[in-house]
Design a protein around this ligand. Structure first.
Ligand code: GLA
Length: 408
């Protein structure tokens, strides 16, 4: 279900209002738990991309079990995030209850915690979530307390019906005022979360409107979606990647651009596409939230998701997001500066076949490198020496990902 896109076509109009709200950035709030969280991009699993509204208590327990059994937990995946459709009704005191799919959220949190994992949840600043379930409008403090009481460690807060409920109602013709209302709604939940005293990672989901990367940290955002929804299709993944160019300077420890959750292992993505998708998310210092069916994960998908060398690029302590260094024909070359002076290079063939790039001659000069560069090919695990002008044959939608520890 991609309801946000259907319900809110105004995204395109709003997206053009880029700067107004940046000037509204709230004064720095005091250091609080969620501001020291997410020192590296959050890693874990989220229910939406594969299960959508079918998620239930058992599916979440299974996912937690599989994170441990598959070795993903050891590789760094710790958040088990329940997306939309867990919500039931509010009682007479306004307290939100779960629906029948989640009989006891506290027990579920205890179970997830007993595995050494953390539990995430989802809501909306509007009256309804994107899938039409109960949102937090008017109950922000109450909901934050509820989450903290359950032992929730992560909140994804998805704009959705806040647009018609509040923005369009209160400021029908004033887009700048609408943006201010939106920011205030995110700040309100941030305050409510901090008031609980529990460290809760705060994930903003408003599809990249109003240049969210400029103001999300000032409303406590540890990460913020930069685009509309991902789908398990190369074209969509590549479009999202192309929209990340220029956002690198906004990412830093505690605050990350979020090009959406992973589709690795979903749909009909080829192995090359899965590799390229995962490599690019690592280059982008993106949150690594797997979105696949963990109990039925194929070994080759597990191998991609648990590639420690690629994860190390994503989780690099410098926290500097990669940039697209240059493009030639259908090939993009991305670089990412890493701690200790190391460098990651990703060469991506966005063309459909290997002949679209046949062969591709890598320019080290364009990357500011001089002479042969000794490194490691992170997908074969082999040593590799890159030379200026060297030709590469890359399959369609495939990637060459190299780490150079001492670039010259
Ligand atoms: C929006 C979000 C998705 C997902 C759904 C749930 O579309 O962008 O990531 O959370 O809502 O309804």
């Amino acid at each position: 279900m991609r309801i946000a896109a259907l319900l809110f076509p105004a995204v395109f109009i709003l997206a053009s209002l880029t700067t107004v709200a940046q000037t509204q950035a709230a004064a720095q709030t005091p250091q609080a738990p969620s501001q020291t969280a997410a020192q590296t991009p959050p890693m874990g699993w989220n229910s939406w991309n594969y299960f959508a509204e079918k998620v239930d208590d058992k599916g979440v327990r299974d996912a937690a079990d599989q994170l441990v059994a598959s070795g993903m937990k050891d590789a760094g995946y710790v958040y088990v995030n329940i997306d939309d459709t867990w919500e039931g009704q509010r009682d007479a005191s306004g307290v939100l209850h779960t629906n029948a799919k989640f009989p006891d959220m506290k027990a579920l949190a205890d179970y997830v915690h007993s595995k050494g994992l953390k539990l995430g949840i989802y809501s909306s600043p509007g009256s309804k979530t994107c899938a039409g379930y109960e949102g937090s409008l008017g109950h922000e403090a109450q909901d934050a307390q509820l989450y903290a009481g359950w032992g929730i460690d992560y909140l994804k807060y998805d704009l959705c019906s806040f647009t018609p409920d509040v923005m369009e109602k209160q400021a029908p013709t004033d887009k700048a005022a609408q943006m201010r209302l939106m920011e205030a709604a995110y700040a309100k939940m941030d305050k409510a979360l901090k008031a609980t005293g529990r460290p809760i990672v705060y994930s903003l989901c408003q599809y990249g409107w109003d240049a969210v990367w400029g103001w999300a940290p000032s409303v406590g955002g540890n990460l913020w979606r930069t685009t509309g929804d991902i789908t398990p299709e190369w074209d969509r993944i590549y479009t999202i990647v192309s929209q990340q160019a220029g956002l690198g300077s906004y990412a830093r420890p505690g605050h990350w651009n979020d090009p959406d959750m992973l589709e690795v292992g979903n749909g009909k993505l080829t192995l090359a596409e899965n590799r390229a998708h995962f490599s690019l998310w690592a280059m982008l210092a993106a949150p690594l939230l797997a979105g696949n069916d963990l109990p039925n994960m194929k070994p080759e998908i597990k191998a991609i998701l648990t590639n420690r060398d690629v994860i190390a690029i994503d989780q690099d302590s410098l926290g500097q997001q990669g940039t697209r260094a240059y493009s030639e024909g259908e090939v993009d070359v991305w670089t990412r500066q890493l701690a200790g002076g190391a460098l990651a290079i990703a060469v991506v063939n966005a063309g459909d076949t290997r002949y679209s790039t046949h062969p591709f001659f890598l320019s080290l000069k364009k990357l500011g490198l001089h002479g042969p560069q000794a490194g490691k090919d992170l997908w074969t695990g082999n040593s590799i020496t890159l030379r200026d002008g060297q030709g590469f044959e890359l399959g369609g939608h495939d990637v060459l990902l190299v780490r150079i520890d001492a670039p010259k």
